[in-house]
Design a protein around this ligand. Structure first.
Ligand SMILES: Cc1cc2nc3c(=O)[nH]c(=O)nc-3n(C[C@H](O)[C@H](O)[C@H](O)COP(=O)(O)O)c2cc1C
Length: 189
């Protein structure tokens, strides 16, 4: 398939679409291998992925409930939200924390490393095109930017969690995201 059709076919599939079935290690490896072929200035390779599944995903779910309770006044805590966090391990097959590992010598500005990690996530998104019954999406929910999550993921002081790539089996994949004509986004000078 040509590249334009590949990128047109790339879609997010969300938790409510997941069947709860598990994805094989081979398929996860395929996505991770796609991820590392992203560009990075000075080849700093700033992407790091921390994969949660099975028992570790149960632990992740407990952690986000703990963070939610720490950060939300008791009278504001919503049982439906807690229930949503509790259901995560039964709906999701794998949750991959997306991490920017800062170059120790800071050879490039931080924003370049963040951009590079985003390219790497896009590669995983595109890799999903080859996996017929697997969907996923980039989530920036579940306290990914908090100091509690930073500590839980045992990140270095300059590193950043940029969210999660959340994966599950889906019955049917949607194709062709709606987009306006490309000229909408372009200026010529
Ligand atoms: C940086 C980033 C953060 C995102 N965070 C969330 C999120 O927290 N929750 C969510 O449902 N979708 C999130 N998304 C996915 C978008 O909702 C999705 O890309 C958008 O709906 C367009 O759909 P498509 O990916 O199928 O084209 C995020 C996407 C990006 C690039």
């Amino acid at each position: 398939m040509n590249i334009l059709n590949q990128v047109k076919q790339r879609r997010s599939h969300f938790r409510k679409e997941f069947t709860g079935e598990k994805i094989s290690q081979e398929e996860i490896n395929y996505l991770l291998e796609c991820s590392i072929h992203a560009p990075s200035h000075k080849n700093t390779f700033p992407w790091r992925y921390i994969v949660f599944s099975g028992e570790s995903l149960n632990d992740f779910s407990k952690k986000i409930i703990e963070i939610y309770k720490q950060r939300t006044a008791v009278e504001m805590q919503n049982p439906e939200q807690i229930d949503n966090f509790e259901k995560l391990p039964s709906q999701v097959s794998h949750l991959i924390a997306i991490v920017m590992k800062r170059d120790e010598a800071k050879r490039v500005p931080e924003i370049e490393e963040i951009c590079s990690v985003a390219c790497s996530v896009q590669n995983m998104y595109l890799g999903l095109n080859d996996l017929e019954d697997i969907g996923g999406f980039w989530s920036t929910g579940m306290f990914c930017f908090t100091e509690q999550m930073h500590a839980y993921l045992e990140l270095g002081s300059e590193d950043k969690c940029l969210g999660y790539f959340i994966l599950g089996k889906v019955n049917q994949k949607r194709q062709q995201a709606p987009r306006p004509d490309f000229s909408t986004f372009v200026q010529y000078k």
